[in-house]
Design a protein around this ligand. Structure first.
Ligand code: AMP
Length: 223
């Protein structure tokens, strides 16, 4: 099964995609996590991506597509995967279709089975990002108001110290939202036309949103 979680920054894609990947036993692929790890490790990819991430802009499509192709070729993707933060532009979605949509699955729904669109208003996104804390070791996210860790400042899973992402600062968040509206939101129409989009109200509690996402995946699988 191949899924995409689409939505503005702060809509809960990270939290929900980790949970969906666990329940469906598919790989979780966050392009943001891969890029942040590359920046930390100082690799060539990290050096290419760093300034774009810091400013809240998008890393060029050709860099992203090469990175994703390499990631989905790994063994843990054989049962499928869920993309979190990819595709982010129409050209990325088109490249995904042209590389993965061909072959035995062509004409049978294309490269992606379901796109789950997490709908959340801009004000709520800004509020959520301001309270977000992330574990740099495993990428797990928490929210100091709605989803705090069990022990303050520590990751529930690995115990690592939580940090606030540099690009969650107010100035950068505004730019990320602008970039989302201009470059990523058009993907809603792209996947809607293909009959593969489900809209989910992301303003509800994490458990309610998860139940709705899972339901959409299961209904889509039957269709
Ligand atoms: P995220 O963790 O998904 O919010 O991504 C953090 C940052 O990484 C974004 O603001 C972009 O600079 C970069 N990034 C992540 N995924 C992509 C993508 N698919 N295309 C371009 N840039 C990306």
């Amino acid at each position: 099964m191949r899924l995409v979680l689409l939505g503005p920054p702060g809509s809960g894609k990270g939290t929900q995609s980790v949970r969906l990947a666990g329940t469906l036993a598919i790989a979780h692929i966050s392009t943001g996590d891969i890029l942040r790890a590359a920046v930390r490790e100082g690799t060539e990819l990290g050096r290419k991506a760093e300034s774009f991430i810091r400013q809240g802009g998008l890393v060029p499509d050709e860099v992203i597509v090469g990175m994703v192709e390499e990631r989905i070729a790994r063994a843990d993707c054989s049962r499928g995967f869920i993309f979190d933060g990819f595709p982010r532009t129409i050209p990325q979605a088109e490249m995904l279709e042209s590389r993965l949509g061909a072959g035995p699955r062509a004409g049978n729904g294309g490269a992606i089975d379901r796109v789950l669109y997490m709908d959340l208003d801009e004000e709520s996104c800004v509020r959520r990002l301001a309270g977000r804390w992330t574990c740099p070791a495993d990428g797990r996210t928490y929210n100091q108001f709605s989803q705090p860790p069990k022990a303050a400042g520590k990751c529930d899973r690995c115990g690592g110290a939580l940090v606030q992402r540099e690009d969650d600062r107010v100035g950068t968040v505004k730019n990320r939202l602008k970039v989302y509206l201009e470059q990523t939101r058009p993907l809603i129409g792209f996947y809607e036309k293909a009959g593969r989009l489900n809209r989910v109200d992301a303003s509800r509690t994490p458990d309610q949103v998860f139940a709705e996402l899972l339901n959409a995946v299961r209904q889509g699988a039957k269709a």
